[in-house]
Design a protein around this ligand. Structure first.
Ligand code: PLP
Length: 370
């Protein structure tokens, strides 16, 4: 069988997995109720708690990509007519509005200029006591980090009943994440960004406060946290079958998490910061202009403006065909005006930065842009 071409994946995800995560996919398959697998599942949930910075008992991988976490979050907490304030500073905030409204929320959308972080005062001013406030920690569409800790602290003192929901798909294992300290009640993530595992699972965490306020019979069955919790946490009667856990993916996530925790969470975050800084310095040196607001730029995902007169898609196609190197296009109105370069997981490394800077410099020279 022909193997696929090996690419260097420096787009907005998926990233190249950690080798430990890839190797785990080839291990002998276990049944989803096998005691040996249950031990792996328990360890995965424990490792996820460490990476999230939480003690929430309900912390687990959901079966599906990052978006299933978004779906589960709203499906289990929104009652028709609930006010949900969503901070929108990029594509994923827009999506949260869409998903929340499908579950009957009265969505109060707080728009920000793309490329800027969430403004805590603006979000607080949108409604005095919403059921939920939702925001994206690391906006992959724009390359911006928002201060979720500041939002959480402000909410706790102003409207303690409000649940805080954070999209952490691109921040988990690529940046500091302290769900409990920040007052985040519901968090979801994905495996294929900084966790360095193939796409397919959505790490999820749900606080005790959120559990008290959850919808008992949500309008979805597959994502009912009551039913999922009975399998993941077990109960008086043992583990109840709900759906077949994706055992190979969970074993792969467990291995990826093991690799990350062996390196150390602060070390992993520092490695992402160093790589991002090196890339951003290099792009500026080349004369290119970064898109995200200074001081709020993600390390793991850099947005850079396409120079005037350069065909964005042609450059990306050339990087792919000549260097087996993938970078991302922009999103929405910035689709052709911005490139997105990810340095996630194992790709947060100086040699990857040198590769993309060298390739980009050569291709841009050919296009007459440097
Ligand atoms: C990638 C991403 C998602 C969606 O995750 P999928 O795995 O594509 O379903 C959601 N939010 C953010 C911030 C992301 O970067």
């Amino acid at each position: 069988m022909a193997l696929l071409t090996e690419r260097t994946l420096l787009g907005p995800g998926p990233s190249n997995p950690y080798p430990e995560a890839t190797a785990a996919l080839a291990a002998p398959l276990l049944g989803h109720l096998d005691p040996e697998f249950i031990r792996i599942l328990d360890r995965t949930c424990e490792r996820l708690r460490t990476v999230w910075g939480t003690e929430n008992p309900l912390t687990m991988p959901l079966s599906g990509t990052g978006s299933i976490g978004m779906e589960a979050a709203f499906a289990n907490t929104v009652r028709p007519g609930d006010v949900v304030v969503v901070a929108v500073n990029g594509l994923f905030g827009t999506r949260m509005c869409e998903v929340a409204s499908r579950y009957g929320a009265e969505v109060v959308r707080v728009d920000h200029e793309w490329g800027t972080p969430v403004d805590v005062e603006l979000v607080l001013a949108a409604h005095p006591s919403p059921a939920i406030v939702a925001a994206v920690h690391a906006e992959t569409s724009t390359g911006v980090r928002s201060d979720i800790g500041a939002l959480g602290a402000a909410l706790r003192s102003r409207s303690p009943e409000t649940l805080l929901l954070a999209d952490c798909v691109t921040s988990i294992a690529g940046d500091t994440l302290e769900v409990d300290d920040w007052g985040v009640d519901i968090g979801y993530a994905g495996t294929q960004k900084c966790l360095g595992v193939a796409p397919g699972l959505a790490p999820f965490t749900f606080s005790e406060r959120a559990w008290q306020r959850r919808v008992e019979n949500p309008p979805v069955w597959y994502l009912d946290l009551g039913l999922l919790g009975a399998y993941v946490r077990g109960g008086p009667g043992g583990r109840a079958y709900h759906h077949t856990a994706p055992v190979a993916m969970i074993a792969s996530l467990d291995a990826g998490l093991g690799r990350i925790l062996d390196e150390g969470l602060p070390e992993v975050a520092a490695r992402h910061r160093a790589a991002g800084q090196m890339l951003q310095d290099g792009l500026i040196d080349m004369g290119l202009e970064l898109f995200a607001a200074p001081g709020h730029r993600l390390s793991q995902l850099t947005t850079v403006r396409v120079p005037d007169g350069v065909d964005s898609a042609k450059v990306r196609a050339q990087l792919l065909s000549e260097y087996d190197l993938e970078i991302g296009a922009g999103v929405g109105e910035f689709a052709a005006g911005v490139w997105r370069i990810g340095l996630m997981g194992r790709n947060a490394a100086p040699e990857r930065v040198e590769l993309v800077l060298g390739a980009l410099r050569r291709v841009l020279k050919q296009h007459g842009a440097l």
